[in-house]
Write a protein that binds this ligand. Structure first.
Ligand SMILES: NC(=O)c1ccc[n+]([C@@H]2O[C@H](COP(=O)([O-])OP(=O)(O)OC[C@H]3O[C@@H](n4cnc5c(N)ncnc54)[C@H](OP(=O)(O)O)[C@@H]3O)[C@@H](O)[C@H]2O)c1
Length: 301
């Protein structure tokens, strides 16, 4: 039986309303940040892929859906590395981004960590990812930085990459990165920073701001430990003041609201988590006072 005119009009109105919500979310209301060295704007939410080294078609299909939903909601920064997923993450990402028709629209951030700097690792990354140019190449955990940075500058001259950065996830390397910011022109740094580990805010994040480096934030959930910490507690009422709908939003909005931060790169393989994380890049952010309340709450657990 066909729809009556009344049912048809109602259905259309419901569809239009849901589309309006999806559009409002994926375009106008997204929080975007500026890369200081170029002025380019990027959405303040990326995705980390250190567990993308899957082999079965089923697992790849799930990751493809995750990546597609992330991109559909306005996400673009993909953080990866030649070593991730037992050396397979880049291959899988190239495959699923290609299959989803996303290779060209994503912001590819990968790394160099070879003991001997050279074109082989960078060329292999580009080949695996299925692109001619990487958006960002980062020296992984400061390995051989002194040799890698001149190599990366040459590669940029050749058009193989757009931005240069360095990464760490260890507070013990923060001082080294601070020093590098003073002596090298870095477009990006990538550091550990979360409600569970706020040490980067002492000196490194202000230094990045001072020297005009964009900041990607790794392990934003302390590798999931922040979720364990809050357990099944409800969100505090005041989390509504900065549009939190989940603990994931609560943790990520704390990071995005730091003025030095360009984007966190939470690691996820799940569609629903990618959607939840993208939602953190919408709506209001916590004020300095609310950030202090967030810190006090987490410290009290
Ligand atoms: N030195 C370096 O360069 C360095 C070091 C470490 C990490 N990284 C980068 O940083 C990225 C992030 O770090 P990470 O993945 O180790 O740790 P993380 O982002 O702090 O936590 C990832 C964990 O959180 C879960 N998760 C993600 N979104 C969630 C949500 N909305 N709700 C509930 N759980 C959620 C994930 O599980 P599901 O998969 O089930 O969502 C996973 O168990 C890495 O993927 C990598 O790209 C770089």
């Amino acid at each position: 039986m066909g729809l009556t005119r009344r049912q048809f009009v109602k259905l259309n109105a419901a569809l239009a309303a849901s589309l309006a919500t999806a559009n409002a979310w994926s375009t106008g209301s997204l929080i975007r940040k500026t890369i200081p060295s170029s002025g380019e704007q990027v959405t303040a939410m990326g995705i980390g892929t250190n567990r993308y080294g899957v082999t079965s078609d089923e697992d790849k299909a799930v990751l493809q859906d995750t990546l597609a939903r992330f991109a559909e909601l306005g996400g673009s920064i993909i953080d990866t590395a030649p070593s991730y997923g037992r050396g397979l993450s880049e291959v899988v990402l190239g495959e699923i981004a290609g299959a989803a028709g996303l290779s060209r629209q994503l912001f590819w951030a990968t790394k160099v960590d070879a003991r001997v700097p050279g074109p082989e690792q960078l060329e292999a990354s580009l080949r695996k990812l299925g692109v001619d140019q990487a958006d960002l190449i980062q020296v992984h955990n400061l390995r051989e930085t002194a040799a890698q940075l001149p190599f990366l500058r040459e590669a940029r001259e050749e058009g193989l990459l757009r931005y240069i950065g360095v990464t760490t996830h260890r507070p013990t390397q923060h001082q080294d990165i601070e020093q590098l910011l003073k002596t090298e022109k870095l477009d990006f740094i990538q550091v550990n920073y979360s409600l569970a580990d706020r040490s980067a805010a002492d000196r490194l994040l202000p230094a990045a701001q001072e020297h005009g480096a964009a900041v990607l934030v790794n392990i934003p959930f302390a590798r999931g430990r922040l979720f364990e910490k809050v357990g099944d507690r409800p969100l505090p009422d005041w989390a509504a003041e900065f549009d939190c709908r989940s603990w994931g939003n609560f943790f990520l909005k704390y990071i995005i609201s730091h003025p030095a931060v360009t984007s966190p790169i939470p690691g996820t393989r799940k569609v629903r988590h990618a959607v939840d994380n993208m939602r953190a890049a919408t709506g209001r952010l916590p004020s300095p006072e609310l950030r202090q309340r967030q810190e006090a709450l987490i410290d009290s657990l």
